[in-house]
Design a protein around this ligand. Structure first.
Ligand SMILES: Cc1cc2nc3c(=O)[nH]c(=O)nc-3n(C[C@H](O)[C@H](O)[C@H](O)COP(=O)(O)OP(=O)(O)OC[C@H]3O[C@@H](n4cnc5c(N)ncnc54)[C@H](O)[C@@H]3O)c2cc1C
Length: 304
């Protein structure tokens, strides 16, 4: 730790509770939670973790993450305010991965650029959005992507064209040991009326259907098919309102699991296992997780 502290020029928080860095408000301590000062700091830190083979995880703002109550025996790196440059030139956007997606969406709307407006209201950073291929109401982040810069553990930068990465529903094929630094996008010019209309439909739909007053990580499971929602299956399995400790399957949207205050990761896992079991029994469908998990043994999400 002493040597790591000497290496890091940005912020290093030791034994930092991940509950402070996830939208669930859940998660035990990370051995070190690091926000690099700049690119050269990031490169030095990656060199350090690579040399000592320290388990290292990259996160954005934790809005799609479930972290174990036992925490993370390793380093968590997030790209904060030093990685929030956003530039718009004509119909092109350059953004660093610490930019909040909501900010990028609003800026594109201001410039009468279409392609991101239906993603209004999706929490999180651009980095997280690219990994998750975030999307809503017909738009998805990969649709307007030109290329992405990542940093490898050796500290070098690689550029991927959009076509080098496979993007599908809430999934991309970026490598786990590469951190997304920035990306370029090309949008379509459109009238402000058309863009505002799409934005408003998305915004109203989100407010109507999602339990936004409560802490969650959005949808827990992927929809098994485009026309078959995981939330519908969980609802039809009679599980809305099911509780474990202070966690609850939302009565408003059954694919959102809510932390009412002091819920533990183990409570969310209980609900995950219950939902999987009941949906499997009733519909013969095994639900796949959409949320990403950190710090758990592999088999913990399987029901008995
Ligand atoms: C209320 C609510 C509503 C939501 N609605 C939607 C929705 O409509 N559509 C949708 O798609 N999602 C939705 N989500 C889920 C979430 O907002 C998105 O998945 C978001 O893109 C995650 O971004 P993040 O920065 O929080 O990523 P995190 O949760 O921090 O991380 C997500 C994944 O990305 C990786 N990662 C993050 N940053 C980097 C980086 N720089 N380099 C490499 N890897 C990185 C992490 O390792 C992890 O695997 C919702 C969440 C909430 C809480």
């Amino acid at each position: 730790m002493a040597e790591l502290k000497r290496t890091v020029k940005g912020t290093l928080l030791e034994n930092e509770p991940m509950s402070a860095h996830t939208s669930y408000g859940i998660g035990g301590p990370a051995w070190a939670y690091i926000t690099p000062r700049d690119m050269s700091d990031l490169s030095e830190i990656l060199h350090f973790v690579n040399t000592y083979s320290i388990p290292t995880y990259f996160v954005g703002s934790g809005s799609n993450l479930l972290v174990a109550d036992e925490g993370i025996d390793g380093i968590v790196i997030t790209l904060g305010k030093s990685f929030r440059k956003l530039e718009i030139s004509g119909n092109k956007i350059y953004a660093e991965s610490g930019v909040m997606l909501g900010h990028m969406v609003k800026e594109s709307i201001k410039h009468n650029l279409s392609g991101l407006e239906s993603m209004i209201g999706i929490p999180g950073t651009l980095g997280g959005a690219l990994i998750m291929n975030a999307g809503a109401f017909g738009d998805k982040i990969s649709n307007s992507l030109i290329n992405v810069d990542v940093m490898t553990l050796s500290g070098s930068i690689i550029q991927y064209d959009a076509g080098d990465i496979d993007f599908c529903y809430r999934h991309s094929t970026f490598k786990e040991n590469e951190i997304i630094i920035s990306a370029n996008f090309e949008l379509k010019e459109a009238s402000s009326e058309t863009i505002s209309e799409k934005r408003d439909i998305a915004s109203k739909g989100r407010k109507k259907n999602q339990p936004l007053r409560f802490r969650s990580a959005g949808s827990v499971f992927k929809n098994p098919k485009p026309d078959l929602a995981a939330g519908y299956l969980i609802d039809k399995a009679g599980l809305k309102g099911t509780r474990s400790g202070e966690a609850e399957i939302s009565t408003q949207h059954a694919n959102f699991f809510i932390n009412h205050g002091q819920a533990k990761a183990s409570d969310i896992i209980n609900l995950i296992c219950i939902a999987r079991k009941k949906v499997q029994e009733k519909f013969d469908i095994m639900l796949d997780l959409e949320i990403k998990t950190l710090g758990f043994p592999k088999d913990v999400f399987q029901y008995e």
